[in-house]
Structures are given as C-alpha cells and as structure tokens.
Design a protein around this ligand. Structure first.
Ligand SMILES: [Zn+2]
Length: 450
C-alpha cells in the first residue's frame, strides 16, 4: 500500500534503486545479456548522410547496421556464454521508444548504441564558365497620350557557378553517456532516502514493458535509470574510448549530453552511444564504410566490453584471440616491453602499398619480425639482399603503422633494414634501425587524392 502521496511509479523506481545500490556494493553483477542497437533505420530515419563533394553518399543507418552486425558476431565469438541481442538486423524503422522497449524486454545488462556523427558543412561556389543571356531595357517615348513603352533586347555575359559542400575537417570516434545531473530535487530526496515510504511490489514485473517513457512517470523512471547506471556507463564508455585509441584512431573521449540520446536513459541498464566516425569527413566516411574499419571497431568495442565484464564481475580479463596470425604474447612483447623510437612518416595516396624489405648494409644474419597495425605479419625472418615483399592494405581514417621488431642483432648491431615502399604513385626508401630495446616504425599518412 502507498501511504504517502508520492507517485507510485516514482516509489517503485526509487525502491528498486535503493535495493540495487546495496547489491552493487556487495555482489558482482553478471553480464548475461548485451543489447546492440544499430542506430536509425528504414526509409523514415536514414540518419546522417555523406553530403560533401565527392562523398560516398553513405547513409548512417547502413553504416550502423554493418558495424552492429560485425559487433554482434564478434561479441558472440568472444563471449560464448552471453546472450547477444540486436535491436535490428535489417533495414527497418524503429522509434527510439521501440528501441528502448526492446532493450528492456531483452533484460539487457548492457546497451550499446552504434551511430555515426555529422556536423554542419560549409558551402562553396566556384566559377565554371560563363554564358550569354538576353536582357531587356525599357524606355519610353512621347508624352501624354502618345507615351509609348519600348523594350530593347541586349546581350550580356554572366558567370556560371557550381555550388558544393566542403568536407568536414573534424574526425574521430566519440563515446556518449546520458547526463543524469539534472535530476529533480524531489527525486533526489527520494533517492537519498529522505522520504519515508513503503510500497507493495507484487505483479510489477511487466511494468517496464508497458511504461510510456514520454509520460511524466516515464521520464522520472528514466532519470532514475540514468542516475543509477551512470557510473557503469561511464566505466564502459572510458574502456571503449581507450580501445579505440589503441587502434590508432582519433579517440575524442567520453562525453555527456541529454539531447538526442534519449534512448540511453530509457533503458534499465548501463548504456552508451558510440559515434563511430564523422560521415562527412572523407577519411572517416571511408573508414566506417570499409570492411577493415568496421571489423576493427567491432573488435575494439568487444575488447572494451570484455574488460568491463571482467571488472564488474570481479574476474580476470582474458584478451580476445584476434583473427589472422596475431599472437598476443608476441605482440605484447613487441609493444609493451619495447619502445618505438625510430619513426619515419611518409605520405601515400593509395590504400594498397607494396613494401620490399632488405638487409641494409652488410648481410649479418639479422632476424626480424614485422607488425602492421599491431598484427604480426612477418615472423622471425632473416634479412638478406633478396627482398621480402609485403602488400599492405591501409585503413583510411587512422594512422597505419608498420613496426620492425628485432629478434636478434645479427653479428653487426643494431638490426638495420632497408624498406622500399611503393604506393603505385611514389617510391620511398626508408632505412630503419631496431635493437633489443627499441622498435623502428614507418607511419603511413593516407592522403585523399580525389
Ligand atoms: Zn545517429
């Protein structure tokens, strides 16, 4: 029974909150279900669209779906005991309310929303030629009743312009959580336990499924959800930002807002929204539309989820086994125990780059390993005067890095390699020197040439 005149739903939510707050400090919460939402969808809601000149004209709804499908696969692979529930797997429209309801119906322990960013574009115009147009001059002759109007045609040259939109210069991935600080005083008082109340909770299990989050009660519950899960949402967001940074992409940090991310507060679980990249930035647009970029984001988010899961469940984090020939122990050895000192940055215009590696100078039995974007691609090969050839597929929208790791020093230290790098347009010669403490690397800056 309700004794005080406090709205019933507020009481229910506050009661839940108090109980869960206690649980948080005592027992770890198991992550059993993860909900993945591909933002936007259907003809009604395409989201942001690539609109700058020469853009791929990609639609946010398609990008979010492609990344989400890969994320679902990756999460299933790395977390076989966890139920992974997508809100959509096809191009269908869902309102934010529907998305939130689905997540609540799935009883998710985490809600991951995948989006792509956009920003206002500046317009430009350029002269593309000129054309002749006919204009008329009106003159009058005579006076009074004899006054007559006379039109004379004349020709004039006018410039012809073409209008276009400049691409966005901002780029990078950002993570968003709902800002729960604007909680009402009334609500705060209840949550702080100032109000003495008692409620009956029988038969309330289906409440979430029928609750209208746009009603005043719904908004209150939503505010409580957001407040309750703020700490965990923030933890997960921080971990995702960190994993994105490790891929070499610009990570724009964890941000809070209330506008436009309503769906996050309407879910009864920690929730984050990931703006994977700017659809109106050429590098970012290509990155979020590429198989490599989508897969890299899916893997980065999955690693963050695994770290999060280990933290809240109080278990040890086991890094996921990634595809390809990457060996985690070797990679750790290469990147955590050594520093990369000798860095050469070169600019290339094509995504496909050929690299020939030779021993530089006297052939002294140097043995090296080579990593590309932290993946082992050459394992313990001796450098000779004959080229060891590699083809790299650069990932747009991030810094691509080729790292030379010395497995020994040969008979004449340090370990030196000559790399002939060709992107199909320009040939670069790079000399790299690595030893048992330092790696050497080549960073590729992919310049958009269209
Ligand atoms: Zn969006």
């Amino acid at each position: 029974m309700i004794r005080k005149k406090v709205p019933f739903l507020i009481l229910f939510a506050a009661w839940q909150l108090l109980i869960l707050n206690n649980l948080f400090s005592q027992a770890p919460k198991l992550i059993k279900t993860i909900v993945v939402d591909a933002g936007h969808g259907g003809d009604r809601d395409p989201g942001a669209v690539g609109q700058y000149e020469n853009s791929l004209r990609s639609k946010e709804k398609d990008v979010t779906l492609a990344i989400s499908l890969k994320l679902v696969e990756e999460l299933k692979k790395q977390l076989p005991g966890v139920s992974i529930r997508p809100t959509r797997t096809t191009d269908i429209y869902q309102s934010p309310t529907e998305k939130a309801k689905l997540a609540n119906e799935f009883h998710g322990d985490l809600f991951l929303c995948i989006h792509a960013d956009s920003g206002p574009l500046k317009s430009g115009k350029r002269k593309i030629g000129s054309k002749t147009v006919t204009r008329y001059k009106t003159t009058y002759t005579g006076k009074g009743k004899n006054r007559k109007k006379k039109r004379t045609a004349y020709e004039v040259e006018v410039p012809e312009y073409e209008y276009f939109k400049y691409p966005l210069t901002r780029s990078g991935t950002s993570v968003w959580i709902f800002a729960a600080h604007k909680t009402s005083d009334k609500l705060k008082a209840i949550m702080d336990g100032d109000e003495n109340f008692e409620i009956e909770t029988g038969g309330l299990d289906s409440l979430e499924n029928t609750l209208d989050f746009k009603s005043p009660e719904g908004r209150t519950i939503a505010a409580i959800y957001a407040k309750r899960y703020q700490e965990r949402s923030d933890l997960l967001a921080t971990l995702v930002n960190g994993e994105v940074e490790r891929t070499g992409r610009t990570a724009l940090g964890v941000n809070q807002r209330q506008v436009g991310i309503w769906v996050l507060q309407a879910t009864n679980m920690p929730a984050i929204l990931i703006e994977t990249g700017f659809i109106n930035n050429p590098e970012d647009e290509r990155y979020i539309n590429s198989e490599n970029g989508q897969q890299e984001l899916a893997e980065a988010i999955t690693k963050a989820v695994m770290r999060y899961k280990a933290q809240v469940e109080n278990t040890n984090y086991i890094p996921p086994v990634t595809t390809g020939i990457t060996k985690t122990s070797a990679t750790d050895q290469a990147f955590e125990k050594r520093t990369t000192k000798d860095v050469t940055t070169i600019q290339v215009v094509n995504e496909k780059v050929n690299v020939d590696i030779y021993d530089d100078g006297e052939i002294d039995n140097d043995i090296v390993s080579v990593y590309f974007n932290r993946e082992l691609i050459v394992e313990k090969k001796s450098l000779t005067a004959t080229a060891h050839s590699l083809t790299l597929n650069l990932v747009p929208g991030k810094t691509n890095e080729l790292v030379l790791f010395a497995d020994n020093l040969g008979s004449i230290p340090p370990n030196t390699a000559l790399m002939i790098i060709n992107d199909g347009t320009t040939r670069h010669e790079v000399r790299l020197s690595a030893d048992l403490k330092n790696n050497a690397s080549v960073r590729f800056e992919l310049k958009n040439n269209n």
